[in-house]
Design a protein around this ligand. Structure first.
Ligand SMILES: Cc1ncc(C[n+]2csc(CCOP(=O)(O)OP(=O)(O)O)c2C)c(N)n1
Ligand SMILES: [Mg+2]
Length: 597
């Protein structure tokens, strides 16, 4: 009989949580997990041999995206913490499901902190683990290794480091509680508001003999399932039914495809314009629907009598500057984001429920009122006509801007041309993971996302987009996954490590670098504060200049991807076509586009 230890408890918890993957960045505390994985693989191979099958182990060697049922999660070795965590975020973005992430000590946790904070902002469930030593080599039992004494301890323990940027953080102080704590942590991560949780798994705990207690598969967390109480739904029905100039604002609801559909149904029923403000981070309403009112909430909210915030954390700015005097109705499962230090929603009413079931309940309440003639349908039709006219005007402006941008024969490329060409060439089912800064609104507008998941913005600090895109690709199978990224932001990404993971695990991406050779956003901030300052008059470059950056195509090629450079508009479409062909053939392609702005 093999003596099980903490490594087996970790694997068992990951398996019982239904994790498809363990995203890991190596550290010496994980020896017990590697031993358990090797034992699992050997047992698989022996079983396959006994069955006379020539096939390889289903658990360890399956190709990416192919998780053999019943064999537990697949383990991915990743060469950077940002990558390990961001891949879990990207995977959750597509599947909605939490995974396990193993990092190293407080050091790896600190390196991964930016991406863990990003997961918190994005509401990506995951269990992040890393270790410390509790005995430093003086305790009886296996030697943890002198590095824990010499180099790795942090006062207060790594859970104190993790606490400010996770939903919950604690240490598993004994092997007897390890499985139960990890499993509860995973369930906690998946419940609203979903996000990362942290468990400190000390080396000695992982190395200790483990006697499995009651193990059980986790009940699948019912995401997006809470619906408001009947009185609150009735209140919302009254407000919607009596509003003359309502407007809907939405930031993330479309992460749930059912919420996307429910929002379309409600908006169309009453002809309510829908705005995806600057704070929107995923496609939540079809951009080609005439009720889509663009990305500016203030012009509509100013004259509205009802503003409905569906899952919005920061619909306007400055926070207390609510435009106009409308009644504000907030529909949200957890309206006050516990991770935000300051948030002003100016709500008059809260309706507490997840978007899909709550919007559906409101729509169901409105239909009989409409049928009974209690809602002014003439008003609805006038609104519909007004929105159609405004939409036609906005579309004409968009198309004209694209024609103009695409007509340029020489010199650098207008970002509008890049977004429009990408829309045309990437295919309707491609997913765009956007990590641009000053170009994000151009991309959101010209991509014209019409389906949930088509567009998502990387939240938190710079450098996570490549990992998020790789994680999305892991979940998206054959669909093309595109990372759009600013040139400065690209330099924050672990590029060689990401390209290595893309090759190792068969996850080809299209990366489009929006290269204006600078941190343009930093200049905007500077000129806002010092419009007539010496910096401006002397054309200084502090904090902005990126003219010394390496050639992104050459760097990509050196790391094993296909590298392309576009310096003028006529080259754009043919180069993107070549790059997409590379990706379809299995190799990541990086297209460095020199921009006008
Ligand atoms: C980890 C991290 N470091 C620094 C910043 C501050 N920051 C925000 S945007 C930006 C510049 C981004 O440059 P680029 O990607 O070229 O976009 P552009 O401003 O040119 O549109 C910086 C440095 C940040 N957000 N995150
Ligand atoms: Mg830039």
């Amino acid at each position: 009989m093999v003596q099980l230890d903490g490594g087996d408890a970790v694997l068992q918890a990951a398996r019982d949580l239904g994790a498809d993957y363990i995203f890991s960045s190596a550290g010496s505390e994980w020896a017990p997990v590697w031993e358990a994985l090797a034992r699992r693989d050997a047992a698989d191979a022996a079983a396959a041999g006994a069955a006379g099958s020539a096939s390889a182990s289903p658990s360890g060697r399956a190709s990416a995206g192919e998780v053999a049922a019943g064999w537990g999660p697949r383990y991915l070795d990743l060469a950077h913490e940002t990558l390990a965590v961001a891949m879990a975020t990207g995977y959750a973005g597509v599947t909605g499901r939490g995974q396990m992430v193993l990092l190293h000590a407080a050091a790896g946790l600190l390196q991964g902190a930016n991406a863990i904070h990003g997961a918190l902002l994005s509401g990506a469930p995951m269990v992040v683990c890393s270790g410390e030593s509790t005995g430093y080599g003086d305790a009886a039992g296996p030697d943890p290794g002198s590095q824990w004494y010499r180099n790795l301890s942090v006062v207060g323990g790594p859970q104190a480091v993790a606490a400010p940027f996770t939903k919950w953080a604690n240490a598993a102080a004994d092997v007897s509680v390890l499985y139960g704590m990890l499993k509860r942590a995973g369930e906690l991560a998946a419940q609203a508001p979903a996000g990362p949780v942290y468990v400190n798994t000390p080396v000695e705990v992982l190395l200790a003999p483990w006697k499995p207690a009651a193990v059980s598969p986790a009940p699948a967390a019912r995401a997006n399932a809470t619906v408001a109480v009947a009185e609150d739904v009735a209140l919302a029905v009254r407000l919607f039914g009596s509003a003359r100039r309502p407007v809907l604002a939405v930031e993330t609801a479309g992460r749930d495809p059912e919420a996307f559909a429910a929002l379309v149904e409600l908006a169309e029923l009453l002809a309510i314009p829908v705005v995806e403000p600057q704070s929107a981070v995923s496609s939540s309403f079809p951009r080609d629907n005439p009720l889509h009112a663009g990305g500016e909430l203030a012009p509509l909210a100013k004259d509205a009598d009802l503003v409905v915030l569906v899952g919005c954390r920061s619909p306007w700015y400055p926070p207390s500057s609510k435009p106009g005097n409308a009644t504000v109705l907030v529909i949200d499962e957890v309206a006050h984001r516990p991770h935000m230090a300051y948030q002003v929603l100016t709500a008059d009413h809260y309706v507490g429920g997840a978007a899909a079931p709550t919007l559906r309940a409101i729509t169901a309440g409105l239909r009989p009122e409409l049928a009974a003639g209690l809602i002014d349908t003439g008003l609805i039709e006038r609104r519909r006509a007004e929105r159609a006219a405004a939409f036609a005007e906005s579309e004409a402006a968009r198309v004209a801007a694209e024609h103009k941008a695409l007509a340029s024969a020489e010199g650098p490329v207008d970002p509008v041309a890049v977004a429009a060409t990408l829309r045309e060439l990437a295919g309707d089912d491609a997913l765009v993971i956007d990590e641009t800064i000053t170009h994000s609104r151009v991309i959101a507008r010209h991509l014209m996302a019409a389906a949930p998941g088509r567009y998502s913005y990387v939240q938190g600090g710079l450098g996570q987009g490549l990992g998020v895109a790789l994680g999305a690709k892991l979940a998206a199978g054959d669909r093309l996954v595109v990372q759009t990224v600013g040139d400065g932001t690209w330099l924050y990404n672990p590029v060689p490590q990401g390209i290595m993971a893309s090759a190792q695990y068969g996850l080809p991406l299209l990366v489009v670098v929006f290269n204006n050779h600078k941190y343009l956003s930093m200049r905007f901030n500077l000129t806002r504060a010092y419009p007539q300052g010496t910096y401006v008059t002397t054309k200084s470059g502090y904090g902005v200049d990126l003219s010394a950056q390496p050639d992104a195509a050459a760097v990509a090629a050196a790391a094993g991807a296909a590298g392309f450079t576009v310096t003028n508009t006529p080259e754009l479409a043919p180069t993107l076509e070549k790059a997409i062909a590379c990706v379809r053939a299995g190799q990541t392609a990086v297209v460095n586009v020199h921009l006008t702005r």
